[in-house]
Design a binder for this molecule. Structure first.
Ligand code: TXA
Ligand code: MG
Length: 341
């Protein structure tokens, strides 16, 4: 199969192909998604097989309006309206209890709940509208690899396996949406996956408390969000996190051990070490926002075989606000490994 790029003028063609059961990757503000018609079980099955994704890991259903969600859910959490008004379209996925038989079991992994999101991307919203069906969309990467933040990343992983890619340049946020559980109308909303919408922003919007799934803090507990248990965001090259005060030591240790090292960091760190390492991927600036936007692209670029790196060192940020989302992804890429003196 040849994988085509779809441009602005071909969005209705892309929508038609999706509706008919073909797989098309689409841009969002977070990462690129691998789209298929959520109402066609055979098309959804294809999504699992081309990504090599475990079948018990349910998918997010992408919609172009909140109205569309009402076809599948009748018992909403009382805070739903406030949350949707404040954050949709945007990087926030909502879990609701669904009507029986409303969505194919393959979409939900057989659960009685489903995840919904209205992405903030004009082209994608238009395609969902034109297709007139909800679109499932896991990140458009091979399972286990860093999520794609450009159309080229998608092409790299899925060329020849999907019908097309809607190209809209690099994604603005760079990590996947925040996932919150609203499936029990009697419970406080619970964050199952940190993303660009933070706990603080959610609490300010609803004027109440939001909890965080304990396993995000204590890694031993069983996650509520099935996807969180799998190996994730892992390049083939070993990744290590480096605290700000440890960089000189880390570079010296790598040199003493004759290791070929790559560095992913903001300009402040990147410029101070760049003559001592084999490769550098520099974030746009020293903010956590720039780091979050660039993390997956950096991991993919330094994982290129031809660089022949033994090790990738990555800058650490403090775990507050957006730093929670950045560190959640980075810890997984690094398999929790820090450089230790
Ligand atoms: O930003 C994003 O969310 C991207 C873009 C493409 O929209 N999509 C994405 O999808 O990250 P995916 O499939 O890679 O992650 C979906 C996450 C997984 O951790 C999955 O386990 C969880 O959502 N999830 C889906 N349905 C669920 C449910 N009913 N209950 C709990 N967690 C659920
Ligand atoms: Mg994913």
């Amino acid at each position: 199969m040849e994988t085509n790029y779809y441009y602005e003028q071909q969005l209705s063609e892309a929508a038609q192909a999706l509706k008919n059961g073909q797989l098309i990757a689409f841009p969002t503000e977070t990462v690129y998604g691998l789209g298929a018609n959520a109402l066609l079980p055979e098309a959804v099955a294809q999504v699992f097989s081309v990504k090599d994704r475990p079948q018990d890991n349910p998918l997010i259903v992408h919609v172009s309006s909140f109205e569309q969600v009402k076809s599948y859910v009748d018992n909403f959490h009382p805070l739903t309206e406030k949350i949707v008004k404040n954050f949709w379209p945007g990087p926030l996925t909502l879990i609701f209890k669904i009507k029986k038989g409303g969505l194919p079991a393959i979409v939900t992994g057989g659960l009685s709940t489903a995840a919904f999101r209205m992405p903030d991307n004009k082209k994608t919203l238009q395609v969902i509208k034109l297709a007139k069906v909800p679109i499932v969309g896991p990140s458009a990467n091979t399972s286990g690899k860093p999520s794609p933040t450009t159309a080229e990343h998608v092409y790299h992983d899925l060329q020849g396996k999907i019908t097309g890619i809607i190209d809209d340049g690099a994604t603005r946020i760079g990590v996947e949406s925040t996932v919150i559980d609203l499936s029990d109308p009697m419970s406080e909303p619970m964050i199952l996956r940190p993303g660009a919408v933070t706990k603080e922003q959610l609490e300010a919007a609803i004027g109440g408390k939001v909890t965080i799934d304990q396993h995000l803090i204590q890694s031993s507990e069983t996650p509520k969000s099935p996807g969180m248990k799998y190996r994730h965001y892992s390049p083939d090259t070993t990744v290590m996190m480096v605290y700000e005060e440890d960089w000189q030591e880390a570079i010296k240790w790598a040199k003493d051990n004759q290791l070929r090292v790559g560095v992913i960091a903001g300009p402040k760190i990147a410029e101070s070490v760049r003559f001592d390492v084999a490769a550098v991927y520099m974030y746009f600036d020293d903010s956590v926002k720039a780091a979050t936007q660039g993390l997956f692209a950096g991991l993919r670029s330094l994982d290129e075989k031809m660089l022949g790196l033994d090790l990738i060192f990555v800058e650490v940020f403090s775990e507050e606000g957006l730093g929670n989302a950045y560190m959640n992804r980075l810890r997984k890429s690094a398999g929790q490994k820090y450089f230790e003196k």
